[in-house]
Design a protein around this ligand. Sequence first.
Ligand SMILES: Cc1cc2nc3c(=O)[nH]c(=O)nc-3n(C[C@H](O)[C@H](O)[C@H](O)COP(=O)(O)OP(=O)(O)OC[C@H]3O[C@@H](n4cnc5c(N)ncnc54)[C@H](O)[C@@H]3O)c2cc1C
Length: 304
Amino acid sequence: MDFDLLQKNLRDTMPGIRLSRREPMSRHTSFRIGGEAALMAFPRTSGELAAICAAARRCGISPLIFGNGTNLLVADGPLDILAVKTFDGLSEIRLSGENGIYASSGALLSKIAVFAQKNGLAGLEFAHGIPGTLGGAISMNAGAYGGEMKDVVVMTEYLDENLLRKTASGGEHAFEYRHSAFSNGGRIILGSLLKLSKGEPEKIRERMNELSEKRKASQPLDIPSAGSTFKRPKGGYAAALIDEAGLKGYAIGGAQVSEKHAGFVVNRGGATCEDVLRLIEHIKSTVFEKSGILLETEIKYIGG
Ligand SMILES: Cc1cc2nc3c(=O)[nH]c(=O)nc-3n(C[C@H](O)[C@H](O)[C@H](O)COP(=O)(O)OP(=O)(O)OC[C@H]3O[C@@H](n4cnc5c(N)ncnc54)[C@H](O)[C@@H]3O)c2cc1C
């Protein structure tokens, strides 16, 4: 793959575009893990994002679009990829219609939630503590404390597999538990319209603070991780199954099952992707032996 040619094309057609060669993905993932991406691009508008993807396609390169890297486990070695980061270039957040907010794909959920609170719009309190972007959250149907993106997203603008601009409405998002019509790659989220309801700013803030305290009390927020490593299995909780299997605190290399929340694998210092993958396999096989339940990973693995 000719990344030199792609870089030249992007510089010629988009003067001022921020590009970085051999950029360590570890700088862009909450796990602080990941080898060098051959090229990383930081678009500032959805037009630039589309143009980058079109130029990549002409060079036979299919890009990895990512937001804040908080759900990613990235391979250690050099990666033959173009990584396109939407955070924080595509960060527009504005009011739209009655009780609506339009946000671009790279806008942080925490910022959208605070914007909603200040404008007296309720319904996004659950998302305030999720450290990702709108794009990552739509792709994953992110959720917490009884709420999920499915409850608030009414329309999404995206580029389809042929890079044509399209919109998805309502059921076309195909939201399921930690899955959506955008989960399998190919479609690129540009922005979404969220429908909220009127609320008292003070009450909304109180609810956000309450959830934030709950999170701080139960999750290892001071240690690098990618959040919950596994999806919730039918009829149980991954964290409880891992704890019951005696794995709390179990470590391989720098990767460890969090002492605070067994559902999180954390990077306790110097963890490699290989450490995390080996630990995940160990957790899966031990939990399966003890409970007969096969855990499925929630975090997305990006290979070379
Ligand atoms: C401490 C911590 C707590 C967390 N708590 C929660 C929680 O309570 N609930 C929860 O659901 N998750 C949680 N997460 C996981 C994560 O924050 C969410 O999944 C979040 O929505 C991911 O957003 P992101 O921008 O970081 O996505 P990334 O990690 O950058 O990407 C995730 C996926 O989305 C895709 N993607 C990103 N942007 C786009 C786009 N514009 N178009 C198409 N595809 C795109 C990527 O290709 C990738 O497949 C937590 C993570 C951490 C580290």
